[in-house]
Design a protein around this ligand. Structure first.
Ligand code: 2AL
Length: 248
């Protein structure tokens, strides 16, 4: 199967890391295509960043539809553009936050999330509520690192995340930790070893869930709200979406 992983930010090094993490867990017959939008923020750590990046995500899905893509993963922890992306394809589309939450509830009763900056915690909290995981999550914690610190060798990012994970383990009464950023895709083994709890991050969880759905012959429902959007006129910068007919 062909799985398109969309890093919603425009940092190519992060896309590369996400693609490599995906390939490490993917089945041997899964082809991973890791991409990012051309336009948009270098990292996503605000509501504004999210709103702009969602346009890039849907454009990457439209590009994927021209390449017989079997499944999509949106590799930012705010799952930007998730439902809009689902409208554009019959393939499954999985956000890394929802993938990680699902996986965490299958191996623990309670989990905490450790994310980047505390201002992004509200984004994860909103998703927990929206997806119905509020009771499973004890706390959304922040390591207070900007997303791009995760790309810098020798930064204090890893040790800050490990410290916060240890606090989560000792104070939250949890069985597992969810890492709250696509840029943490390569850190699960190290952190799990340091902290002694199962550590889940969404890129790898989403790859395996996508493979499972494709294996079951399941794709995004085209019945109801996730049906292809009605073709209509778009004005100005978005004129190219006029009379869009994805899926045809
Ligand atoms: C993220 C993420 O996963 N990628 C990004 O640029 N920002 N999320 C976050 N909470 O920092």
């Amino acid at each position: 199967m062909r799985l398109r992983i969309i890093n919603p930010n425009t940092t190519v090094a992060m896309t590369y890391k996400i693609g490599e993490a995906a390939r490490r867990v993917a089945a041997s017959d899964t082809t991973i295509v890791a991409t990012q939008p051309v336009d948009g923020p270098v990292s996503i750590e605000s509501h504004f960043d999210e709103a702009i990046s969602a346009v890039g995500v849907v454009e990457e899905v439209l590009a994927g539809e021209k390449e017989a893509t079997d499944a999509y993963v949106i590799a930012c922890f705010g799952d930007p553009g998730l439902l809009a992306a689902r409208e554009l394809t019959r393939a499954p589309v999985i956000g890394i936050a929802e993938a990680a939450f699902h996986a965490a509830t299958l191996i623990s009763t309670r989990f905490s999330v450790v994310t980047t900056l505390s201002r992004t915690a509200i984004i994860a909290e909103h998703l927990l509520e929206q997806y119905g995981f509020r009771h499973h999550c004890r706390r959304v914690r922040a390591a207070e690192i900007p997303v791009l610190d995760l790309e810098e060798n020798g930064s204090a990012a890893l040790s800050r995340i490990v410290e916060e994970c240890r606090r989560a383990r000792d104070e939250d009464g949890i069985g597992a930790i969810v890492l709250g950023c696509g840029g943490m895709a390569d850190l699960t083994e190290t952190i799990s070893r340091e902290v002694g709890l199962p550590v889940i991050e969404g890129v790898t969880a989403a790859v395996k869930l996508a493979e499972a759905l494709v294996g079951l012959g399941l794709g995004t429902s085209k019945h109801g709200d996730l049906a292809f959007p009605r073709p209509k006129a778009f004005n100005g910068r978005f004129e190219r979406y006029s009379n869009l007919t994805p899926g045809h």
